[in-house]
Write a protein that binds this ligand. Structure first.
Ligand SMILES: C[S@@+](CC[C@H](N)C(=O)[O-])C[C@H]1O[C@@H](n2cnc3c(N)ncnc32)[C@H](O)[C@@H]1O
Length: 387
């Protein structure tokens, strides 16, 4: 099995100044908001206030330009002030009118320390929210209170654009329900919309995940969808190709289009969580069950040590929070923490997607879920294999 060594791309992306360079490559020319050096005076006043221990200030105050003290501090790279504001409860994920968070401002201006403080704070908050979500789910209330808790927790932290975050959660949750058999028409519509968009721009991305086949052997794909990644996997002629799919209509389409008759293909119909006992261990694994929700990934990652053979390669659809560059970085970081704790390193291979993302791609699609110019394809391997 070949590997790229421990100085992997994730480290390049998530530490050192290169985060700024890569982010810039990802986000392209930014809107005029950055030109707001004018905001410096407001920022300076806020900074002095904080440094002098001003009490009673509203840390989530939005000024006339729609910027918070945290955003101003991030723009100027005042890492200590950022820490103080965060400790005082300033929301890390508030958005400016141009949809930039404090982290975006820090990245744009190349303030590494400020960026890292924000990244760490955001990761902590999201880890806590993830734990709350899992606890609620484990307590059996996964259809009502879970969603309410999650979105109110998000609102508490974000204040702004909470409706968008809630929509993100709703879409994922509806799909979750549909997987569990409560197939609502609305859910199907959303899935259709997602499929339409996927055809237009995700195809080359999906196909690129065939990287999981590079070691040969037996391959597992969770989530057939349009069959893009499975078609690409078949081109490698794997010894064994197992596909787990939960949606009855998708399963029926698989059978109709001959997937059940391929010699090296084994289809397992059901939710991956319910069919774990039928799974073996594999040389390559790809996971994509509509990845807008990191708890799904997180849950799957717990099973990697059993499912992935020594020397195996694992990848997943890395689509979390693709509507905002800093949020995406936060989630790239968050998602890779769990495999890391289990002994896997993750490299993120940058793939340009700008060319595929013309405006017409989004026509008729309610939720423009990807706004970045680069997609980061994750390649996870055991740390022992990559040394
Ligand atoms: C976004 S699509 C996958 C797209 C696919 N990677 C491709 O190349 O076309 C997600 C698929 O995962 C399936 N799915 C959702 N939840 C699942 C679960 N818990 N277990 C197995 N499959 C699931 C959905 O029915 C859907 O077919």
């Amino acid at each position: 099995m070949h590997s790229r060594g421990t100085g992997d791309i994730l480290n390049i992306i998530l530490s050192g100044l290169s985060i700024v360079a890569i982010y810039k490559a990802a986000s392209g020319p930014r809107m005029a908001a950055i030109a707001g050096a004018i905001g410096g005076i407001t920022a300076a006043v806020a900074m002095v206030g904080f440094k002098e221990g001003l009490t009673g200030a509203d840390v989530s105050y939005f000024d006339n330009d729609g910027l918070t003290p945290l955003m101003h501090a991030a723009k100027f790279g005042y890492a200590d002030v950022i820490k103080a504001l965060l400790e005082a409860g300033a929301p890390w994920n508030a958005l400016s009118p141009a949809n930039q968070s404090a982290g975006d401002f820090a990245m744009d201006a190349g303030h590494q320390e400020a960026f890292e403080v924000l990244l760490n704070a955001a990761t902590q908050v999201e880890l806590i929210l993830g734990t709350i979500a899992r606890e609620t789910k484990n307590n059996g209330d996964c259809e009502g209170a879970y969603l309410d808790d999650r979105s109110s927790a998000m609102q508490q932290y974000s204040g702004y654009k909470a409706s968008e975050l809630k929509e993100c959660v709703l879409i994922a949750h509806d799909l979750y329900l549909s997987r569990r058999g409560g197939a609502l028409q609305a859910v199907r519509e959303k899935y259709k919309q997602h499929k339409a968009a996927m055809m237009a721009w995700e195809k080359p991305l999906m196909e690129a995940h065939k990287a999981v086949c590079s070691g040969g052997g037996s391959i597992l794909n969770v989530g057939f969808g349009m069959g893009l990644v499975d078609t690409a996997i078949q081109q490698y002629g794997p010894a064994k190709h197992t596909i787990v799919e939960a949606h009855p209509e998708v399963y029926e389409r698989m059978l109709r289009t001959g997937w059940g008759e391929k010699d090296n293909v084994k289809i397992i119909f059901g939710r991956w969580q319910d069919v774990l006992s039928q799974l073996e261990s594999y040389d390559g694994i790809f996971f994509d069950i509509y990845g807008e929700y990191y708890e799904d990934l997180s849950e799957f990652h717990q099973h990697l040590p059993k499912l992935l053979k020594a020397g195996g390669i694992y990848s997943y659809f890395n689509g979390l929070c693709g509507g905002n560059a800093f949020f995406h970085v936060v989630y790239c970081h968050l998602v890779s923490l769990e495999p890391e704790n289990l002994g896997y390193s993750t490299q993120l291979i940058p793939l340009p997607v700008k060319e595929c993302l013309a405006e017409e791609v989004w026509q008729g699609v309610r939720h423009k879920y990807w706004q970045l110019d680069t997609y980061y394809l994750p390649v996870c391997q055991s740390i022992h294999d990559s040394e």
